[in-house]
Design a protein around this ligand. Structure first.
Ligand code: NAP
Length: 345
């Protein structure tokens, strides 16, 4: 069983939660950050008992997804890798390659450097975006066997980046490292408690639903899963017997909710913030009308009325999880935003 594990992207929402669980189980964790001067102190402050430098149980390495430097050192001495780092911005980039190139290069570096270091287990954080996009509106339910097609309907850059990264990493392993146990975790939008005020794009949605930024909900939905379950899935996939996870694809969703349902749930569970939470949908024609002038509306336009309900029970059963309910996860996100001073009274 793995005792020393590389978690890429230790500064991130999911990466931090995975490190938390692994350190709590007594593991030694290597983590990569893009800028060690900027990030190491923050990581050490979060886990003060894991050592003040790389002599302790938390070792921090600088490694960018787009550069070989630091990867060999980060992998040295590890038994398994959770490759979590990948760009996940709120805004749509000017060019899709701003996301596709680092996502693909990072995923390939993770499996190549792991293989070169003799590591036999890699868990890749992919996404439901690699499963449920680019399909006709009639297709509303998705499973681990679905892939976002890249040769048909238009696919947003983020979904493309996750699809390309997962597909290419899988292919590389199959051809070059057939004895490596590789699997992916494919979460829908991730919510739940935050550790700091640097918000992941998914958590921004809850903030915006409660701070008045979204006065009317666009007619679109989001799959909900809790960050604590996503982290637990990574840890289970890192430590499970080979045959349980080999070549696995683990979509994670507790519930698919329309934004108006999310707002209603938050109004009920966090009543002190109910006043600014939207009560009505924005008419589709208004989203379309604003699309040429407001970048966010332009992104939302193609999502109107679409259902992307992703089957998550196979993952829960295989990895031994009982998902936190979507409503609880949303409430915990909101309360955590308040506790961190992100959401003001
Ligand atoms: P996050 O908080 O924004 O974390 C992203 C992490 O990736 C950060 O540690 C970031 O480092 C790192 N990163 C980005 N570009 C990098 C680069 N060029 N080189 C090195 N590191 C880089 O996002 P998150 O929500 O935790 O997402 C983590 C993973 O989960 C991503 O692969 C994302 O696609 C996937 N995912 C997220 C969700 C969700 O709803 N949150 C859903 C499905 C899948 P810096 O701190 O230096 O920026």
């Amino acid at each position: 069983m793995a005792n020393t594990i590389l978690v890429t992207g230790g500064t991130g929402y999911i990466g931090g939660e995975v490190i938390d669980l692994l350190l709590g189980q007594g593991k030694t964790v290597h983590t990569t950050v893009r800028n060690i001067a900027k990030s190491e102190a923050r990581l050490r402050a979060r886990w003060p008992d894991a050592g003040a430098n790389n002599d302790g149980r938390l070792k921090v390495f600088q490694a960018d997804l787009e550069n070989d430097a630091g990867w060999e050192e980060a992998c040295a001495g590890c038994d398994a890798v959770a490759h979590i780092a990948s760009p996940f911005p709120l805004a749509v980039p000017k060019h899709e390659d701003e996301l596709i190139v680092p996502a693909r290069e990072g995923a390939l570096r993770a499996v190549k450097f792991a293989h070169a270091a003799g590591i036999k287990r890699v868990v890749l954080t992919s996404s439901a975006a690699a499963i449920a996009y680019g399909q006709p509106v009639e297709k509303t339910h998705f499973t681990k066997d679905d892939w976002t097609p890249l040769d048909g309907l238009p696919v947003a850059p983020y979904a493309k980046s996750k699809t390309v990264a997962e597909a290419e990493a899988r292919k590389w392993v199959a051809v070059n490292a057939p004895d490596m146990v590789f699997c992916s975790i494919n979460p829908v939008a991730v919510f739940g408690p935050i550790a700091g005020d640097d918000l992941s794009t998914s958590v921004e949605v809850v903030k915006k639903l409660l701070d008045g930024t979204i006065p009317l909900t666009p007619n679109m939905g989001v799959g909900v899963i809790d960050v604590r379950d996503v982290a637990a899935a990574h840890v289970a996939a890192l430590l499970a017997p080979d045959d349980t996870v080999r070549d696995g694809r683990f979509p994670m969703q507790q519930k698919y909710m329309w934004l108006r349902e999310m707002a209603a749930s938050l109004r009920e569970s966090v009543p002190e913030y109910a006043a600014k939470a939207p009560k009505r949908n924005m008419p589709d024609f208004l989203v379309k009308l604003l699309a040429p002038f407001v970048a966010e509306m332009n992104t939302l336009k193609s999502e109107l009325g679409k259902t992307r309900d992703v089957e998550g029970t196979h993952t829960a059963q295989t990895l031994g999880l009982t998902y936190i309910t979507a409503e609880q996860s949303l409430e915990d996100t909101a309360r955590s935003l308040v506790a961190h001073g992100v959401l003001k009274p």
